[in-house]
Design a protein around this ligand. Structure first.
Ligand code: PGA
Length: 261
């Protein structure tokens, strides 16, 4: 089963509109040097206020996709401060990150909310990037697998086999996010394989074979080739290293190199 890799840049709360335009243009230029057919799916996730501007710069259908960092599950109504899936679809957003650990931690998002968001994203034909991952304490307690499998079971509840097959999961151990401390590739691969087995158990083997599962947490140009050489890692969700066109392009290039070996 060959799954097309995905490299997604999560810009988090960074970049004004002019800065977002500049970064997008720089990434576009750098990726132009690479062979189109070998490129992974590249996704850029700017802040909401820059989504329209980045959308204008991207030539849709040319390999770079637009993502958002969050969404609400209702289409519209009295929900002050929220942004809905059809509103993002309007701006040509194709992927939406949901349940990032920063949202769970700082904005009290629960597994139930994340499940509602996954359903909303898929019902509008967009693709959710569903995040999961354990804290350092949970890892030290030896409950990583049980905790992460629980997050996945909750997030996928009530989704059809077809919906699960087209979804994306990002395994991001919290202790590796923004710390410079990457999870060892064999260990990241082991947890990702466990996630895939969990998907097979709650859905089907076919959905588990098709779903793309990314690794996230201090991904850098120097780590990506080894990570992409693993059997079950289908790409990366990149934070810090996605804020510079050069390092992000190097990660895309490393992905191509790993896959052509
Ligand atoms: P990082 O962030 O690459 O800066 O560790 C990853 C993420 O939070 O998605």
């Amino acid at each position: 089963m060959t799954r097309r890799p995905i490299i997604a840049g999560n810009w988090k709360l960074n970049k004004t509109v002019p800065e977002s335009i500049e970064l997008t243009e720089d990434i576009k230029v750098k990726l132009m040097d690479y062979q189109k057919e070998k490129l992974p799916v590249v996704v850029l996730c700017p802040v909401f206020t820059a989504v329209q501007a980045v959308s204008n710069v991207l030539e849709h259908g040319k390999g770079i996709y637009l993502g958002a960092q969050n969404c609400y599950w209702e289409d519209n109504g009295a929900y002050t401060g929220e942004v809905s899936v059809p509103m993002l679809a309007d701006l040509c957003v194709s992927y939406i990150v949901i349940g990032h650990s920063e949202r769970r931690q700082y904005f009290s998002e629960t597994d139930e909310m994340i499940n509602k968001k996954a359903k909303a994203v898929l019902s509008h034909g967009l693709i959710p990037i569903i995040c999961c991952g354990e804290t350092l304490e949970q890892r030290e307690e030896g409950i990583t697998d049980e905790f992460v499998a629980g997050q996945i079971r909750a997030a996928l509840k009530g989704l059809s086999e077809e919906e699960i097959a087209k979804s994306v999961i990002a395994y991001e151990p919290i202790w590796a996010i923004g710390t410079g401390k990457t999870c060892d590739s064999p260990e990241a691969n082991r947890v990702i394989k466990m996630i895939r087995d969990t998907v097979a158990e709650v859905s089907s083997q076919d959905a588990a074979d098709k779903i793309r599962i990314l690794y996230g947490g201090s991904v850098k140009p120097s780590t990506i080739e080894e990570q992409m050489g693993m059997s079950d890692i289908d790409g990366a969700l990149v934070g810090g290293a996605s804020l510079e066109a050069e390092s992000f392009a190097q990660i895309v290039k490393g992905t191509m190199l790993a896959r052509t070996k």
